[in-house]
Design a protein around this ligand. Structure first.
Ligand SMILES: NC(=O)c1ccc[n+]([C@@H]2O[C@H](COP(=O)([O-])OP(=O)(O)OC[C@H]3O[C@@H](n4cnc5c(N)ncnc54)[C@H](O)[C@@H]3O)[C@@H](O)[C@H]2O)c1
Length: 362
């Protein structure tokens, strides 16, 4: 019987061109999310789902689609998927880590610089014709070089931020659920602290944790009040990591100086209190991700082969399991449903496989 897959949102044409013959594909060629009911309907009888963060994969959906064997999330974060429920149903979840590490760090660093140097305000000031004469203290922002960067979530992207901070002669503090190796701390000149110390001491606080129940609203009224009044908050992780209502109060009442955000609690809805504030720089999350693959030369592709099925059944390393309980990349034998494996790969223009390189280092 032909293997059968649902692709629940748009993928680049060059990826679609790589789908092997003989695979039965239902392709929802749209940037709009399918409703849960439609997702469940279209997944009936299908073994694989290729999805974006727009698709919520929860217990209800998994229970309603007993034939599903793999969910391949075309994203770094996988907070749209209940990984524990997937494990209970024997569904393998994969993601695409590291493909956006440097891109996201570039963008987060851009937000940091724009917010601290008030670039958006300056641009508006010039365009609107307000610049009539030299003025002392005109749109002064705050320096970045020599300051302290606090990285919350010292994973791939957090570390990429710490690397950028080296070029600005910054002191780097970090907070993470897991302490980094001493060699990494040395290389990035980074010091582990508890969250409160990091918030009290940092001039810039940049958020790069996963979104989990523990990190939801990690930045809230209490933690914002710990920050310096001169500090800038950057969030390029997931919106709900920051309590937006508390952030609005912090920016309005001067608990902190500014913020740069490309993720929001209820995207694409922005908290109305943020919109009139001059001291927050806002960017749409999608802008960075959706056109990203063709723009910077990566290509998403995917594979479904017998050889990989065999590796899967043998319990060999699987590609990018998002399941924290199989962090070594092994599929627990009792949960693996079986004879099917779907892998999303990212290829560089020269054909080298970014993800396999990542796997080799895991
Ligand atoms: N803005 C964007 O466009 C964009 C792009 C890519 C990724 N992201 C987000 O960035 C996040 C980070 O990506 P990454 O590749 O660096 O992931 P990663 O897994 O390498 O790093 C996440 C880090 O968060 C830490 N963490 C988890 N729970 C924590 C807690 N309770 N307290 C402190 N630290 C905790 C982990 O230990 C890990 O070191 C992703 O989850 C994704 O949601 C956003």
């Amino acid at each position: 019987m032909a293997k059968s897959v649902l692709i629940s949102n748009v993928l680049p044409q060059e990826s679609l061109d790589l789908i092997p013959a003989g695979i039965d594909v239902d392709y929802h060629d749209s940037e709009l999310a399918l409703s849960k009911a439609d997702l469940i309907k279209r997944l009936q009888g299908r073994a694989g789902l290729v999805c974006h963060v727009l698709s919520t994969i929860d217990e209800e959906l998994l229970a309603a689609v007993p034939g599903l064997q793999v969910v391949a999330n075309v994203a770094v974060g996988f907070n749209n998927i209940d990984v524990a429920a997937a494990r209970r149903h024997g569904v393998v979840v994969t993601n695409t880590p590291d493909v956006l590490t440097e891109t996201t760090a570039d963008f987060a660093w851009t937000l940091l610089m724009a917010a601290s140097r008030r670039i958006v305000e300056a641009d508006r000031y010039v365009r609107s014709g307000q610049w009539k004469a030299w003025k002392w203290s005109l749109l002064w922002g705050s320096d970045i070089h020599g300051k302290t960067l606090g990285v919350v979530g010292f994973g791939r992207i957090g570390r990429a931020m710490a690397r950028r901070a080296q070029g600005f002669g910054m002191r780097v503090l970090y907070h993470d659920a897991v302490r980094a190796d001493a060699s990494v701390e040395r290389e990035l000149n980074a010091t582990a602290t508890d969250l409160d110390t990091l918030l009290r001491q940092s001039d810039f606080v940049t958020m790069h944790t996963l979104l989990t129940p523990e990190t939801r609203h990690l930045i809230n009224e209490r933690t914002l009040r710990l920050m310096k009044k001169t500090a800038t908050l950057i969030n390029a992780s997931r919106g709900p990591v920051v309590d937006e209502a508390a952030l609005v109060r912090a920016l309005t009442e001067g608990w902190i100086a500014g913020a740069g955000l490309d993720v929001f609690e209820d995207e694409p809805t922005i908290h109305p209190g943020l919109l009139p504030l001059p001291n927050v720089t806002l960017a749409p999350n999608g802008e960075q991700e959706m056109p990203h693959y063709p723009l910077n030369g990566y290509r998403v592709t995917w594979q479904l082969t017998d050889a990989e099925n065999k590796a899967f059944l043998d319990g060999s390393a699987i590609v990018n399991s998002a399941d924290p309980f199989s962090a070594d990349g092994e599929v627990p034998a009792h949960t693996a449903k079986g004879a099917f494996k779907l892998v999303i790969k990212l290829l560089r223009p020269d054909g080298s496989q970014a993800m396999e390189r990542v796997l080799a280092s895991q």
